[in-house]
Design a protein around this ligand. Structure first.
Ligand code: ADP
Ligand code: MG
Length: 463
């Protein structure tokens, strides 16, 4: 039934609007006359409520006349289907009760951009509060370079594409570029989340102002787009592609952040992907202990601007930096909790308090994210062939088997899809990859020598 309702919705709003707004909507349950649906973000929820509530209801009623109410909720785990790698659900759920001092301390403000309207900027996310460490030196330097450019300067790398996992500082860096770029010189810098871009474009389509929207976009000097992995919908993507090309060709700077490299943005067109990869692509790695320590200190300093008596002893900072290894949001959450706790109970922060208050944020090291290149390198070394042999079309026995092993490992140790793995192995078809995976699966169940070899490769990769 749910799929029939979705079918109705799709034909009622059109393919493009459907993929933009409803593709990530899930059915949570039906009870008597009400239906519970969920979407991954608050933004999607309010957009659907404001524009499509009636439509959704009538599509349900066409299938189930007794339905009279639709409850739309935001799923606690931010985990869209196309995107299974994000933080596991319990983490997000645990994060919910964290006191959100961020939004009360200083309300986000909007960068005012006439008709376009950028996404809200957090005044605290500036270069001044961005801590530089080993994992983000290059990204930071490139971002600074972009922010300091003036109108008419030659553009050095375009687009600047920054990718990193959740909570590693992408949004912080992009907003820093926006703040810095907009202050002081005559350039127009526009910060948009990919969702906001879709919103702008779809809204413009509905009111027949799409042309004005396009013109306005092309009139800015620096376009900053956050969370590009959420860009969905064929015509939105086509529009994004045009905008990208137009801006780059006109010598305007484009800065993009996403949670994965361009090659892994599977829903995007090949041409867009290669355009994205044609500028400077920088990855920000996980936050090292020193960097975590620096971020904690910067957070405490920021909190002290409003709560002058708030102090966190060095031993507590060290404890937090050592034990909270996941991402910047947890570091921020930890400081927020300590602040709330010490304010409410009127007690100074101690190590004991910290151990108690943040114990759920402390968790074992995340398993290492294994890259396909690493697999190819390790397998090539093990079998004494070159990496280019693995990617080549050679079919001699001494490369066929290692290649199959490597594809098998890519399928079992990464979250890449079969077509993506095929592409990364010299442009092979997904059926070839599937064949290799099945072959090795069958072999390791009989051949213990091969099984041991595969296990040893896995161990080497996980180290
Ligand atoms: P992302 O957009 O990559 O998911 P954010 O930019 O939202 O991550 O960062 C999450 C939190 O961690 C924010 O509070 C941010 O200020 C903080 N943070 C991450 N990296 C840094 C850094 N290098 N310096 C200061 N704060 C950081
Ligand atoms: Mg972000």
């Amino acid at each position: 039934r749910w799929s029939r309702v979705k079918g109705r919705l799709r034909s009622s709003v059109g393919e493009d609007v459907y993929t933009s707004w409803f593709a990530r909507m899930d059915l949570e349950g039906v009870q008597d006359e009400s239906v519970r649906l969920s979407v991954p973000t608050r933004f999607l929820k309010s957009w659907i409520q404001a524009h499509y509530a009636e439509r959704v209801l009538s599509c349900w009623q066409a299938e189930m006349p007794e339905v009279h109410r639709i409850d739309l909720t935001v799923r606690s785990a931010v985990r869209p289907a196309a995107h299974p790698k994000e933080a596991p659900a319990p983490v997000e759920a645990r994060r919910a009760p964290t006191p959100e001092l961020r939004s009360t301390a200083t309300a986000p403000v909007s960068a005012n951009h006439d008709a376009l309207g950028g996404s809200p900027l957090d005044p605290r996310l500036t270069f001044a509060s961005f801590v530089v460490g080993r994992s983000n030196t290059l990204a930071h330097a490139a971002a600074r370079q972009v922010a300091e450019g003036r109108r008419g300067d030659p553009v050095m790398f375009n687009p600047l594409y920054i990718h990193a996992g959740v909570g590693l500082g992408k949004t912080h860096l992009l907003q820093a570029v926006t703040w810095a770029g907009n202050s002081g010189n005559e350039r127009k810098v526009l910060y948009l989340t990919a969702e906001k871009f879709m919103y702008g474009f779809v809204a413009a389509l509905k009111t027949q102002t799409a042309l004005a929207f396009k013109e306005a976009l092309r009139g800015i000097d620096v376009l900053v787009i956050d969370d590009l992995q959420f860009l969905q919908g064929k015509s939105t993507q086509a529009e994004f592609c045009h905008t990208l090309n137009a801006l780059i060709d006109a010598g305007r700077q484009v800065v993009i952040a996403a949670d994965r490299p361009p090659s892994d943005l599977e829903s995007l067109d090949d041409r867009v992907r290669s355009r994205l990869a044609g500028g400077l692509v920088v990855e920000m790695g996980s936050l090292g202990e020193e960097l975590r320590h620096g971020i904690l200190k910067s957070r405490v300093a920021a909190a002290r601007a409003h709560h002058a008596t708030f102090e966190v002893p060095e031993e507590v900072l060290q404890y937090l930096a050592r034990t909270i290894t996941h991402n910047g949001r947890d570091l921020e959450g930890a400081i927020n909790r300590l602040l709330a706790h010490s304010k409410l109970n009127n007690r100074p922060v101690t190590l004991e308090m910290a151990e108690h208050e943040v114990r759920d944020l402390v968790r074992p090291q995340e398993p290492k994210r294994i890259k396909i290149e690493d697999i190819q390198r390790v397998v090539a070394r093990q079998y004494n062939v070159s990496r280019s042999d693995l990617l080549s079309s050679r079919r001699t026995a001494n490369v066929v088997r290692p290649r199959q092993v490597a594809m098998y490992l890519a399928k079992t140790l990464t979250l890449r899809s079969l077509p993506e793995i095929g592409r990364r192995f010299g442009g092979r078809d997904h059926t070839t990859v599937l064949h290799a995976v099945r072959k090795i699966e069958a072999l390791v169940s009989k051949d213990t020598a091969l099984l041991e070899e595969v296990e040893s490769l896995k161990r080497q990769l996980q180290e």
